[in-house]
Design a protein around this ligand. Structure first.
Ligand code: NOJ
Length: 533
């Protein structure tokens, strides 16, 4: 893939996801808040990222921890108020950082005044802002759709004698994006925050936004087995990724573009060919960055990674800029999945692939497996399907800042337990240890920032060893070779034909011996390559 020259900030930059409940508590209630985020902005700036994506901060009954919004234009009192938000955005901008908010358009809370009105009677003007249907012929739900959190997607409303649709919890009724008034109201929401200066949005489950007009049954998934989530019993053919959803994405992009340099990131889980469509076309662009979760979803071995990288790069439209995600509030911690040594390799991969990386809070400390006693589990998805071991709480534990009580996160018992090893694994301890994961991330982020090859350079996959992944990034006269050993044994690697191996400019290990043509177990290295001869 070729080098790019004309580059907006969101192509060069790194996005850092903050889960506000768990970043920093400022008022001693055990729950993080906006004043807490403000207090930690110097940390974020020193880490060396470019933009903050803040998970939802809007008024919410917290059935799904903010992804159930009861007022799209307010701030949840647990987190602060609009004045604190305004302070947050100006403090963020003062540090040269950007702020993306989390826009949750597919569903609101059942406590949103719109839904309260909508369910009040069949002829309420807001009835059609949500998705209401009569019972099926047998008196049951209108079709077989299954909620992403298990069980039917339909909830019976006794008072008005109809079912409403909810792709997630019944407390998260789906909005009807076929209704023009709802659409106009949502555009006003986007304008409200853009006018306040936000630099863009991460758009929650954007591919869910419109459903097939006739609501046909979804087909059965022949590959489903009982260990897998109930949702996956069906292929979400008619409930997601409808052609009309792309029209909404075009409209949102037009609105964002009317504000200049703003960015839309879409949460999308789809195969490459359908995923790529969310970029739109040069004439009718859609989201700037359709989130790419393939590093989270695929096996951690060089052959699989090589394949997904090649396929993803190959699927992008010529004008589409790639992106990579390695952790989130929904996914297991990367260090829990691959171990701490490989988590460094993963960090190097994330920060050296072509495309915008998104880094999740706490992954820069290498937080791994966390023990959460059953009585402290809070994730509604897990509580509905506990036997499937899919809890998201393990990635949502509070940031450990130091070894003071409650790790400096709060003066009270936090809403979720801390990572088991917080006394040693915290920001203060790792800042003081030059070989820590945090210092490693800081070094890599600084290197990335200073290197055109890593930020905007071309990308060429190399090598065929099943345990070693290697590729070249190149811009101007800077050519870098990245060699990642995915195994726990030393491996040999070859210098690409026609190049000479120059300096080692980064390694996952404190002492690297990589110049000998061997990478140690779990070692990732960035080399400078000398001129092609
Ligand atoms: C995706 C969010 O990341 C997740 O946390 C949430 O539960 C669902 N969307 C529903 O909003």
């Amino acid at each position: 893939m070729a080098e790019r020259r004309d580059t907006p900030w969101w192509e060069r930059g790194v996005i850092y996801q903050i889960y506000p409940r768990s970043f920093q508590d400022s008022n001693g209630d055990g729950i993080g808040d906006l004043a807490g985020v403000i207090a930690r902005l110097d940390y974020v700036a020193q880490l060396g990222v470019d933009a903050i994506w803040l998970s939802p901060i809007f008024p919410s009954p917290m059935a799904d921890f903010g992804y159930d919004v009861a007022d799209y234009c307010g701030i949840e009192p647990l987190f602060g108020d609009l004045a604190t938000f305004d302070r947050l955005i100006s403090e963020i901008h003062a540090r040269g950082l950007k702020l993306l908010l989390d826009f949750v358009p597919n569903h609101s809370s059942d406590q949103h005044p719109w839904f309260i009105e909508s369910r009040s009677s069949r002829d309420n003007p807001k009835r059609d802002w949500y998705i209401w249907r009569d019972a099926g012929a047998d008196g049951g739900p209108p079709n077989n759709w299954i909620s992403d959190f298990g069980g039917s997607s339909w909830e019976w409303d006794e008072a008005t004698g109809q079912y409403y649709l909810h792709a997630f919890l019944k407390e998260q009724p789906d909005l009807n994006w076929r209704n023009p008034e709802l659409r106009a109201a949502m555009s006003d929401v986007l304008r409200f925050w853009l006018d306040r200066g936000v630099d863009g949005f991460r758009i929650d489950v954007i591919w869910h936004m419109i459903k097939h007009e006739a609501f046909p049954d979804n087909p059965l998934n022949p590959a489903w087995t009982p260990e897998v989530r109930e949702r996956d019993k069906l292929i979400q053919l008619h409930s997601t990724d409808q052609p009309e959803a792309h029209t909404i994405s075009v409209e949102m992009r037009r609105l964002a573009d009317s504000y200049g340099d703003r960015v839309l990131v879409g949460e999308i889980f789809l195969p490459n060919d359908r995923h790529a469509k969310w970029y739109g076309t040069p004439e009718q662009p859609q989201v700037h960055l359709p989130f790419n979760f393939q590093l989270i979803e695929n096996p951690w071995d060089a052959a699989s990674l090589r394949q997904i990288i090649a396929d993803y790069e190959g699927s992008l439209p010529a004008f589409g800029w790639p992106n990579w995600v390695i952790g989130s509030h929904d996914a297991p911690r990367i260090a829990a999945r691959v171990g701490e040594a490989q988590a460094r390799v993963a960090a190097m991969l994330l920060l050296t692939l072509r495309g915008t990386p998104t880094l999740y809070q706490g992954d820069e400390l290498g937080i791994g497996e966390v023990t959460i006693p059953p009585e402290r589990m809070r994730d509604p998805q897990h509580l509905r399907e506990p036997e499937r071991g899919i809890g998201r709480d393990r990635s949502r534990t509070p940031m450990p800042w130091n070894d003071a009580p409650f790790a400096g996160f709060s003066t009270a018992e936090p809403w979720l337990p801390l990572n088991d090893d917080w006394r040693a694994r915290n920001v203060a301890a790792q800042s003081a240890d030059e070989h820590s994961m945090l210092r490693f991330f800081q070094k890599l982020l600084a290197l990335r920032r200073s290197s055109p090859a890593l930020t905007i350079g071309s990308f060429t996959l190399k090598g065929a060893d099943d345990e070693v992944l290697s590729y070249i990034r190149q811009a101007g006269d800077e050519t870098l070779l990245i060699v990642l050993n995915l195994s726990s044994q030393a491996r040999r690697f070859a210098t690409p034909h026609g190049y000479g191996l120059g300096d080692t400019i980064a390694s996952t290990l404190a002492r690297s011996d990589a110049k000998t043509g061997t990478v140690a177990a779990d070692e990732g290295v960035i080399f400078r390559l000398t001129g092609k001869h």
